[in-house]
Design a protein around this ligand. Structure first.
Ligand code: ZN
Length: 450
């Protein structure tokens, strides 16, 4: 371990010297052009390892003692940082990283911009809806600071590409929103000896931590050896999020990244932590001390069983490990299209059927179809198949009722259809494929989508 640290130190020193030499070569001309009263400025390039633009641009941060001045700036310039996810966390983080002069920034994201992203993903703009998020981010960062090299990866990080992409960077920011990707990033980072700045946010809250600091841990698996139940994971499309709440956490990620690159944390002063931000009801930020590496951790422990070969051969199936929720629980004849729903039920005002909307009430309140019962899928589940309890919210329902079920995207409605048929023993239940939003897209675009 000691030898390894010594080697890392030497490599850093060599990198620094290398960049100083490169700057001397590049800046000889720039400095030479500097004239005072017609005289050539005779200052040597060794005295000024950065370009004049860089002194000007970063001056206000270089004069902050904590940055270590020019030497710190050179560390940032030589750094290569990978941001995985250009969404709610990546967007507020990226401009500060580029603004600070981090030399190379990689961005991994295969998603395109949707209008519903823009309240929190403020790097993107209305003009760029439909554009790849990584490309939109690159465009913005290039305008903010042309000194920064931005490399984009319009792919979803997976077992096959993770090592290839991550190996070229010093540090990684996990700005993703699923446990599947979090475990993958953590495992690969541990195998590559990379530090991770990791955060998450949903609704009004966020969390932030540093994982695998200088390869002494803890890693994501030390914190969460067992993945959370897929039913407890809420993504942004389900749970919603307040823009500035997740934004603040993204900005804090940038602070931690800059601190790491400036060597503010050392092996001596390092203590694992977890910061927790709440936006409501009062804004609070609490920092918890966390336990260090777990000796029995499968990835970073003393006898690790997870290695590159296992990841790349797909021997580790992260989807399966995290138990992705299976929505594929209805047969084709249990489902109808939005068109069939419109023609056979809604438009003709079909009598004696029950239209059941299983979205949460605060979703339902934004927009819904008329003559609808709203019973969230969660409430249905809690009734444990009791028809009496269901009758408390839908008075006319019985085992012979005809029910059509709808939710936002057509996932929860399938689970609800299954519950109604299997647990409540109601036989005539149909799921509307694609849900309320598909209905809006294909049938009635005057209804607000959110
Ligand atoms: Zn671990």
């Amino acid at each position: 371990m000691g030898d390894e640290q010594e080697l890392l130190k030497q490599i850093r020193q060599l990198k620094l010297e290398n960049s100083q030499l490169r700057n001397q070569l590049e800046n000889g001309g720039v400095l030479g052009k500097n004239t005072i009263d017609g005289d050539v400025n005779t200052a040597t390039a060794t005295q000024y390892p950065l370009t004049l633009d860089e002194y000007h641009r970063y001056g206000r941060q270089m004069i902050v003692e904590e940055t270590g001045g020019v030497e710190g700036q050179i560390k940032l310039k030589n750094a290569k940082v990978l941001v995985i996810g250009a969404g709610g966390l990546g967007c507020p983080s990226l401009p500060y990283l580029a603004g600070a002069g981090i030399g190379t920034i990689g961005i991994v994201d295969n998603d395109t911009i949707d209008t519903s992203n823009l309240h929190r993903q403020i790097l993107h703009s209305t003009n760029n809806v439909g554009m790849l998020k990584c490309e939109s981010a690159k465009k913005y960062l290039n305008m903010l600071n042309p000194n920064v090299k931005v490399i984009t990866y319009p792919v979803r990080l997976d077992n096959n590409n993770a090592f290839d992409i991550m190996k070229d960077y010093d540090l990684v920011l996990d700005c993703t929103d699923t446990p599947v990707t979090r475990y993958l990033i953590s495992d690969v980072a541990v195998n590559l000896g990379m530090t991770i700045v990791s955060a998450s946010g949903v609704r009004t809250e966020g969390q932030l931590t540093i994982l695998n600091f200088k390869n002494v841990g803890p890693c994501y698996r030390c914190f969460y050896p067992v993945p959370p139940s897929p039913n407890s994971v809420s993504s942004c499309s389900e749970g919603g999020v307040i823009g500035p709440c997740i934004g603040l956490v993204g900005v804090m990620m940038a602070v931690e990244t800059i601190k790491l690159l400036l060597d503010a944390y050392t092996l001596d002063n390092w203590e694992p932590f977890l910061m927790q931000y709440s936006g409501f009801p009062k804004q609070t930020l609490r920092t918890f001390r966390m336990r260090g590496r777990k000796n029995n951790c499968k990835c970073c422990g003393t006898n690790p069983t997870i290695n590159k070969q296992m990841i790349e051969s797909n021997e580790i199936d992260y989807q399966e490990f995290c138990g992705a929720r299976n929505y594929n629980v209805c047969s084709d004849n249990e489902r109808i299209t939005v068109k069939e729903f419109e023609e056979s039920y809604h438009k003709i005002d079909k009598k004696d059927y029950i239209l059941l909307d299983v979205r949460p009430p605060h979703h339902y309140d934004i927009s819904h179809l008329s003559y609808t019962y709203n019973v969230p899928v969660k409430s249905l589940r809690n009734m444990n198949g009791s028809l009496e309890q269901l009758q408390e919210v839908i008075p006319d329902v019985n085992k012979n009722s005809e029910i059509v079920v709808m939710c936002r995207f057509g996932n929860d409605s399938r689970l609800a259809t299954r519950l109604l048929k299997d647990e409540f023993k109601i036989n005539n239940v149909k799921d509307v494929a694609g849900g309320f939003f598909k209905y809006i897209d294909d049938i009635d675009q005057t209804i607000p989508k959110y």
